[in-house]
Design a protein around this ligand. Structure first.
Ligand code: ARG
Length: 597
């Protein structure tokens, strides 16, 4: 209903020209403050702008609202859209769309592959989504899984809106841990360093543990490791080769998981920014921000009001001359906003990590702003999320107390789905072949893991529970997927495949359940725009869940296939638009749907 919105805003702005000039003189931005109605009985929209005008116009807000309403009613374009408006409370203007306008909107969405969601004009500035970002040779843990799933969903929404999105995997492929890893590699697999072939180093997590154990217990090993860091940084070919091998091995393992989850990422690890670290320090020095503190180069942070803050400073260069995580992130910000070719030319940069990194990002964002790297219209956003916990509210562990391997976690979700499905098939005495069972179990299992992650408000900690995420009722992936399957069944029984039905023109609705579904369907575009701005995928989840509920209520209470035309065709149109909306919405969450399950 974006166009509807635009039309309404136009009508509202036309409706108070006098108010407009007086308000403009008073320096008040003229904003009708059009938003969705706060309650269904208030209609579809409400415009709250009269209130803000009361003071500059020195009039009672109700009086202003009355004048606006009189103007609106005299405007034929407005009258074609809405029923006569009502004034409520101190001066809210309640707007109710005409039934035929709503029905025409449904028809318009139905004919539009974007379902009424407008795309931003092409060729806009890139948006960076920095997500997943595990560390080489370390375990990719549930926190990274969360970042992967949330980041992918945000990237999909932004892409759908037409933004060029850079999906960047900021892998931890640099740092002092490589000293010990390379030293260990040279000891246990020296042959790997001399062949030109790809080498399988086996389980890297075990490899990391062995290297760490050795580092902690063996002093010579420690010294060699430290020297190894210096060698690697100075570009020694053997050290580089060892580093490359370790990165390749990790990359292959990460990629298996991304493939399985259907997630696309472009790797641009920390090492990419090495050539820009010196320039970061130079810029900060030139801006007068660097302070030497115990040999380290730091930037002290300011409070909101420009006063010095208690937070620890951002260390840009350690006393031993080395750079750190923060320096790399500063170089990354600088690069991402800089104009091509020596930068990405982005205008919005989004980081998806656990909330534990909030102060890190607050610090580097502030330094980047003060260094002047962020254009005025540039947005830097940290998208934090809470911890993944076990059902006991503690850190997620396996039954035996080990950390959970992501592969095993996904396997278990799929296995449980398969068992549920086989049980259901036996109960219903249904015969299905193995390929069907595999497809359904895989789709539902992975969907459940993703959806559980996306549907909770990401800021709160989240308790991982297979039972809850796989339940057929409640705000779960199986419930939503099942709604799509239900509608696919209706379309099949409707005697035509869903795409082949010709719907009546105009569509006609009468039942309250129909109107409830129409109104819910027409909110889709507003929800997408909200996710684009607020970066909260759980809003989209709640919307889709509500849509399924409103749909189920409609379908349980209003006959569809047994109705007479034009009601039958109009109701089939609602079924079809519901299915299309669920499919598109779930698709934006990275979840494919099924025709049968
Ligand atoms: N590698 C980091 C970690 O595992 C996450 C990196 C997030 N992105 C960034 N630009 N700092 O915690």
């Amino acid at each position: 209903a974006q166009t509807l919105n635009t039309l309404l805003v136009g009508a509202l702005e036309r409706a108070f020209p006098e108010a407009a000039s007086a308000a403009r003189q008073a320096g008040v931005p003229l904003d009708p403050q059009l938003g969705p109605a706060s309650k269904p009985e208030f209609g579809d929209f409400q415009a709250n702008g009269a209130m803000a005008l009361a003071r500059p116009l020195r009039q009672a807000p109700r009086q202003i609202a009355t004048a606006i309403v009189a103007q609106l009613e005299a405007d034929p374009a407005f009258a074609a859209l809405c029923l006569p408006p009502e004034i409520a409370g101190p001066g809210f203007i309640n707007l109710t769309l005409r039934p035929e306008v709503l029905a025409a909107e449904v028809a318009r969405c139905l004919a539009d592959p974007r379902l009424g969601v407008e795309a931003v004009a092409g060729g806009g500035a890139p948006v960076v989504v920095d997500f997943s970002s595990p560390n080489i040779a370390k375990e990719m843990h549930v926190g990274h899984l969360r970042s992967t799933i949330i980041g992918d969903a945000l990237a999909r929404v932004l892409e759908f809106r037409g933004h060029p999105v850079l999906r960047l995997n900021h892998v931890g492929d640099w740092g002092t841990q490589f000293g010990m890893l390379i030293t260990h590699l040279k000891l246990v697999a020296p042959e790997a360093l001399t062949t030109a072939d790809a080498v399988d180093l086996g389980d890297l997590v075990a490899f990391y543990r062995q290297a760490k154990a050795r580092f902690d217990s063996d002093e010579t090993f420690q010294t060699t490791s430290r020297e190894e860091v210096v060698k690697l940084q100075s570009g020694d070919p053997t050290s580089r080769r060892a580093w490359q091998l370790l990165c390749d091995q990790s990359r292959r393992e990460f990629q298996r998981l991304y493939d399985r989850l259907d997630i696309r990422l472009d790797e641009r690890g920390e090492s990419f920014y090495n050539p820009y670290l010196e320039a970061v320090v130079a810029d900060l020095a030139a801006a007068g921000l660097l302070v030497s503190d115990g040999g380290a180069q730091c930037v002290f942070l300011e409070g909101e009001d420009g006063t010095a803050r208690q937070a620890p400073p951002v260390i840009v260069r350690k006393s031993d001359g080395g750079f750190n995580y923060a320096t790399t992130d500063l170089a990354a910000i600088r690069y991402r906003f800089a104009a091509p070719p020596e930068g990405d030319g982005a205008r919005r940069v989004i980081y998806v990590t656990d909330a534990g990194q909030a102060s890190h990002f607050a610090g580097v964002f502030q330094v980047a702003r003060r260094a002047g790297w962020i254009p005025d219209d540039g947005r830097l956003e940290h998208v934090p999320f809470g911890l993944v916990q076990g059902e006991d509210g503690k850190k997620l562990k396996t039954r035996s107390g080990d950390t959970v391997r992501l592969k095993e976690l996904l396997d278990e979700a799929v296995e449980r789905c398969e068992a549920d499905l086989r049980r259901r098939l036996a109960e219903e005495e249904r015969q299905e072949d193995e390929s069907f069972i595999e497809e359904v179990a895989t789709t539902v299992g992975l969907a459940a893991v993703k959806y559980a992650d996306l549907s909770t408000n990401r800021i709160t900690n989240y308790q991982f529970s297979f039972d809850r995420m796989l339940a057929l009722s409640g705000n779960t992936a199986p419930y939503l997927l099942y709604a799509v399957v239900r509608i696919a069944g209706i379309a099949r029984r409707g005697g035509a495949n869903a795409a082949g039905v010709a719907f009546p023109e105009p569509l006609v609705f009468g039942e309250p359940q129909e109107w409830a579904l129409v109104r819910q369907l027409l909110q889709f575009d507003a929800v997408i725009l909200e996710v684009e701005q607020e970066l909260l995928p759980n809003r989209l989840c709640s919307y889709l869940f509500e849509l399924s509920q409103v749909f189920n209520r409609f379908y349980d209470q209003v006959p569809v296939l047994k109705a007479e035309d034009p009601a039958r065709g109009s109701r089939l149109a609602l079924c079809r638009l519901t299915a299309d909306t669920l499919k598109l919405g779930l698709g934006l969450l990275g979840i494919p749907t099924l025709e049968r399950m």
